[in-house]
Design a protein around this ligand. Structure first.
Ligand code: 9YT
Length: 143
């Protein structure tokens, strides 16, 4: 079992700031934890517009705080975002998140983000994997 608090993550290498200064993401679970997904708390600044494209990952996002708009840039459709909204990028959609107020969202990535990824010129994270440790329990092991 792994137990963590945001207080332990804040200010460490798991607390990642957007190079453009629009968001900050606390990586609560990463690929190195070897559970098949990563789990992040992302805070997006009020008034910012963010173009994302996870070409190599599926992402689910659950909005906890704040309001804004999601645009699917593949179709042009827009969706209001408010606490309780969820979007699932199950088609690697290019998308834009516009934050009217500061937004706080919980994000799950599969395959997991490892933590060293940086967005390329298209806003894409590369696929990076972590080798399984040897001699350790695998996910689902009972002993
Ligand atoms: C809203 C969203 O896509 N968040 C993604 C996570 C963040 N960009 C990160 O942790 O890298």
């Amino acid at each position: 079992m792994i137990v963590r608090t945001t207080a332990e993550i804040t200010g460490t290498e798991r607390d990642v700031a957007d190079p453009l200064g629009n968001w900050r993401s606390k990586r609560i679970v990463l690929g190195g934890d070897h559970v098949g997904f990563s789990f992040h708390e992302t805070t997006i600044n009020a008034g910012s517009t963010n173009n994302f494209h996870y070409a190599n990952h599926v992402e689910a996002v659950w909005l906890v705080e704040g309001e804004g708009t999601l645009t699917d840039r593949e179709t042009g459709e827009t969706y209001p975002l408010a606490p309780g909204s969820m979007y699932l990028l199950n088609g690697h959609e290019r998308h834009t998140v516009k934050a009217d107020t500061q937004m706080r969202m919980l994000c799950v990535f599969n395959p997991p983000v490892v933590g060293t990824e940086v967005h390329d010129e298209n806003g894409v994270y590369p696929l990076v994997t972590v080798p399984e440790p040897t001699g350790k329990h695998s996910v689902g092991a009972t002993s």
